[in-house]
Design a protein around this ligand. Structure first.
Ligand code: NDP
Length: 312
């Protein structure tokens, strides 16, 4: 058989980004521990912001230039340089700092998709949001109030409760306190026995059953994370008594095309630049302190977003 000297192939066009700030997301811990399988060794980190250092071949169509300030969503963010798909890289508005952009990018895109597509939150809906002081929760609380929903948040500890209240949440339950542990009864009481229209639950193992108890008849539960561990297999007939809808979404399913990615990102950038969404940064860790960043995140010590300052 004679071998050809050239071949046609589909190439994912990459750009090389000199990262300034990388986001630490709970998903990074899943890849580290193997809860979500991935080839090892692996550079962790799903998002970072920085400047384009070099363009790969065939990237002219992307409109990106060397020196552009960008943010990306791909793999390998805990690094000084990342080669990432041009299709998953976006220019940053001048008004957005690397810190604010990274503090809100993956988390912000997620909460927009959850509140618009997974379940479309309407004004007047009763919403239960777990871990409301976290990276995603901090932004989701604001978004839900902006839409006009009644928000019941849960958070661990008085400081987190105060933070979520300051964002306008209608009720905040400290589900780690003795009083708040029976958050199921509290939510039922707050809603006059009816239950909530939708639960956004990223805590998983520790809360899934309570979430099922507090959702109203014909309500929706969005299980979108495993911060306390994954939900055990659930017999579908558990949903029948109240005709409950469930969803188990991932952000990446909502931004698979460039058009979807740009649409959500532009909406997020507008909200940030106009001041309609505030960001909260728990801390800027150095690249050498990534281990500590994960320890703090998993120990529930953080509020808002954890960031890594990659450049010295
Ligand atoms: P967070 O900043 O929200 O950190 C996780 C929080 O979960 C903690 O601060 C803690 O808040 C709460 N929590 C409750 N129980 C536990 C526990 N046993 N161990 C650790 N934390 C616990 O993280 P992120 O904002 O990065 O992510 C939030 C969630 O959203 C994660 O589950 C993540 O996987 C999910 N996610 C899903 C996406 C998707 O596409 N499906 C995309 C992005 C995020 P408290 O002390 O108040 O209880």
């Amino acid at each position: 058989m004679s071998l050809p000297t050239t071949q046609r192939a589909v190439v994912v066009d990459k750009v090389l980004v000199k990262n300034e700030i990388a986001g630490v997301n709970y998903i990074d811990t899943y890849f580290r521990t193997g809860l979500y399988p991935s080839p090892k060794p692996e550079v962790l980190g799903r998002e970072a912001a920085g400047t384009i250092a070099a363009l790969g071949p065939e990237t002219e169509q992307s409109g990106l230039q060397v020196g552009d300030r960008v943010i990306w969503l791909a793999n390998g963010g805990y690094a000084e340089y990342s080669a990432v798909p041009a299709a998953k890289t976006l220019k940053l508005p001048d008004a957005l700092s690397y810190e604010d952009a990274t503090a809100s990018f993956m988390s912000g895109l997620t909460v927009l998709a959850l509140a618009k597509e997974t379940y479309t939150v309407r004004p007047g809906d009763w919403v239960l949001l777990h871990a409301a002081a976290g990276g995603a929760g901090f932004l989701m609380t604001q978004l839900l109030k902006k839409i006009g929903a009644h928000v019941i948040g849960t958070a661990g500890g008085p400081e987190k409760v105060a933070l979520v209240k300051s964002l306008g949440a209608d009720h905040v339950i400290d589900y780690r306190s003795e009083e708040g542990m029976d958050w199921v009864s509290t939510v039922i009481a707050i809603t006059g026995g009816r239950g909530v229209d939708v639960v956004y639950d990223s805590v998983g193992k520790d809360t899934w059953e309570g979430s099922l108890s507090v959702v109203k008849r014909k309500g929706t539960i969005v299980w979108f994370g495993n911060s306390s561990g994954p939900i055990p297999p659930l017999p579908l007939n558990r949903l029948s008594p109240k005709c409950v809808r469930i969803a188990r979404p991932t952000l990446f399913g909502y931004i698979a095309t460039r058009e979807e990615f740009e649409q959500y990102a532009n909406e997020l950038f507008d909200l940030l630049v106009s001041g309609a969404l505030k960001v909260s940064i728990h801390g800027l860790y150095s690249l050498a302190d990534v281990k500590q960043a994960h320890i703090d995140l998993e120990a529930r010590k953080t509020t808002g977003k954890v960031l890594i300052k990659v450049s010295e």
